[in-house]
Write a protein of this length. Sequence first.
Lengths: 196, 120
Amino acid sequence: MTAATTIELPYGMSSLADGRSDERALVIAAQRGNADAFATLVRSHQRRAYAVCRAIVLTHEDAEDAVQEGFLHAFKALDRFLPDQPFGAWLYRIMANASLDLVRRRKVRDADELPDTVPMPFRDPGESDELRRRLSQALTRLTDRQRSVIVLHDVEGFTHGEIGAMLGIPEGTARSDLHHARAALRRMLKDVRSDL
Amino acid sequence: MTDIQLFSHDDDEVVRGLRSLYAAPAGDAYWNELEARIMSRVADVELGWWTELDRWVRPALAAAAVLLLAAGVAMFRAHQVEADIAAETMLSSPPVPVSTAIRPALQDEREARIRFLFGR
């Protein structure tokens, strides 16, 4: 795949990505090596891709890294993608895998280098109110998967099926994780909510 | 049921808190920069020598297969021609003369004398 191809796509064709067939055309053009087409796909999906990664990793910086890794993987695997499939679902699965890899690497690194430190996962220097502070703490007490599921579902609006596909777990497991995560948060935030 | 009530409304404090914590960076400048970084890494992949090598692997394999086939056909034809020439040479060569042994007459006389002497 090289940038030296003859397929012409007008610059700033983000509106083309609105429709499924337009996205299919972009994917085909990108598969033929059109860098502008791939850039348009990046532009169309990077916010959602960031959201997926951010739900899985612990920090904004890690989410940025995972998004870049994810798009790189997607670019390398583009030849194997069938254009008739939904590109977004395929891409977000790659993003989720890149994020999970990053989380695993971080865990290994932290276990090797910082055995006694507890990471502060949520970089939010501006947070002031009690609920947000307690919410940050409560989220650290969930399992990685529970936290990912609740954020993907309640913040990003993905369905249980989509979450299951992204994280490589059955839909029922995603549903169960969501239930347990909500119950745990409700329990941990009970007192602060009653103070509000 | 309680958890459904807790999380079912968009304006719920916890959901708002989650959305606030997980909010994506705002502003086009950030996203433009991220896109540029992604595309820069993609361009690095494109320019890698292994990618160029990868591009040439299939044509090279096809060319090697064609060469092997051509070499095989040429060898087969050469062998065929060689066999044809050998057969042709064998068929067209003149018959080998048959040599006949003739007993010299001198030896016959001598033998007859010996038989005569010892036969007595």
